[in-house]
Design a protein around this ligand. Structure first.
Ligand code: EPZ
Length: 421
């Protein structure tokens, strides 16, 4: 297993290009199952999760070709000859469950393994099931698989989600594009990745409005066409790299950064004493002066503070002036980076979904272990600010969501290298 060695750093400067969004791509790729014609995604990120989704679609018989070094994913739902999404693939990546809605819509049946829990939580699918059953699907759990069928075809329905689940919104919207009649989805997730999916589905001929608001209305159509769609910028990668100059000092420009994708995150950076300004190529971030201020953070569905940036923000707040309280409201177990940061001298108390971070003057480098995707990069950020060397192990977590990490950080002056075991 590879590790990443980070040395404490002085101020950073330069530019970091931001890739296409992993979490948009992981719902856009299954959308190809909705059409016989090819769907081409440009600006796709080159990540192991995208490779996993490619394997899954290919296991169903879809053709998926990675062009231009993976930045273009050309897919076709034409050759699909199976509706069985195997546990072996699904257990590696929860987003595999996003083939459920498209398979039901196009083929009237699906057999999708339950993903099982992951490091950050149980990750149930009750909201997905509730929505699809409202549209006429019969879904039974057997041998760890969801066996779904809809003999008479999906019908439009009025659905209200108990929680604004991103995945449930995506599965229901994709299913509704080919249902007979109109579907009104209330308390829908409002993430930019949802809007990007709906933009792509509209290019394919779907009739959708209200995405980005709590109520999405989908008018079912008989078939969808192929399309070419650019994947939206990755707001989580963007926020992650914005924290590098915030933690180390200096000034870095994030190419392709869009302030509308990270508005609530920027409010917290501003309160912490970090300046963010828009440029013609993206966003520039600089630390104003001295130590950052402590700030309180509560994670919420978009447009609130993103749970996927909580671990990274905690790394910044470890050396803030004062005490910060972070409340994780989305997942039940998303503070596994805290004990690793404590090994670096951070002073963090975790009680249930609340972490209290007492800022310290200086973190100290140490060997630490990545436990999940976002925790892994928060340890690298902490290592950039620490005195001495930090060795982050199990970086396969990192490869799921961050392409060319060493190159991007070293491009702005960080002393970082990957050690292949
Ligand atoms: C998506 O996961 C993202 N993944 C996650 O990013 C992100 O953290 C999450 O949305 C929240 O923003 C992808 O888009 C591939 P949810 P998803 O359904 O769809 C509970 C990363 O680091 N819930 O909004 O699975 C669930 O247990 C990953 O890139 C139910 O109870 O998130 C969780 O507590 C991590 N029943 C909460 O809702 C359900 O049927 C949010 O889940 C569905 C969800």
């Amino acid at each position: 297993m590879d590790s990443i060695l980070v040395k404490g750093n002085g101020p950073l400067s330069g530019q970091i290009p931001i890739a296409g969004a992993k979490n948009a791509c992981l719902t856009l790729m299954p959308a190809a199952l909705l059409s016989e014609e090819p769907l081409t995604l440009t600006n796709a990120p080159r990540l192991s999760d995208i490779k996993t989704m490619t394997q899954l679609l290919q296991s169903l018989g879809a053709e998926v070709t990675a062009l231009q070094d993976g930045q273009v994913q050309a897919m076709s739902g034409h050759g699909v000859n199976s509706t069985h999404a195997d546990y072996d693939i699904v257990r590696k990546m929860r987003a595999s469950n996003l083939v459920l809605g498209p398979l039901l819509a196009r083929f009237g049946e699906a057999e999708v393994s339950l993903p099982g829990g992951c490091a950050i939580g149980a990750r149930p699918m009750d909201l997905h099931i509730h929505g699809l059953e409202a549209m006429g699907a019969e879904i039974e759990l057997k041998d760890g698989y969801l066996h779904a069928k809809v003999p008479g075809g999906l019908k439009g329905a009025k659905i209200e989600l108990a929680f604004a689940s991103v995945g449930a919104t995506e599965n229901i919207v994709m299913a509704a594009t080919l249902a007979k009649g109109t579907t009104v989805l209330k308390n829908a997730a409002r993430e930019p990745e949802i809007v990007d999916l709906c933009d792509c589905l509209r290019r394919m001929g779907a009739q959708i409005e209200g995405d980005g608001s709590p109520t999405i209305t989908i008018q079912g159509v008989d078939r969808l066409n192929g399309a070419t769609h650019p994947v939206v910028t990755d707001r989580i990668e963007l926020g992650t790299y914005m924290l590098a100059p915030a933690i180390c000092g200096g000034e870095v420009e994030l190419l392709g950064g869009r302030i509308d994708l990270v508005a609530s995150f920027c409010e917290k950076l501003d309160a912490a004493g970090i300046s963010v300004s828009e440029t013609k190529n993206g966003l520039t971030v600089a630390r104003k002066n001295g130590r950052v201020n402590a700030v309180d953070v509560t994670t919420e569905p978009f447009p609130g503070f993103p749970t996927d940036l909580q671990a990274q923000m905690m790394a910044l707040l470890c050396t803030a002036e004062g005490t910060s309280v972070l409340e994780e409201k989305i997942f039940e177990n998303r503070f596994m980076h805290a004990p690793e940061l404590t090994r670096m001298g951070a002073n963090i108390e975790v009680h249930g979904g609340t972490a209290t971070v007492h800022g310290v003057e200086q973190l100290k480098g140490a060997p630490v272990m990545a436990t999940d995707l976002r925790a892994s990069v928060s340890l690298i950020l902490a290592g950039l600010a620490a005195e001495g060397e930090t060795l982050v192990s199990r970086v396969y977590h990192l490869d799921r969501g961050y392409e060319q990490v060493v190159r991007k950080f070293s491009g702005v002056g960080a002393h970082i290298e990957r050690i292949t075991s």
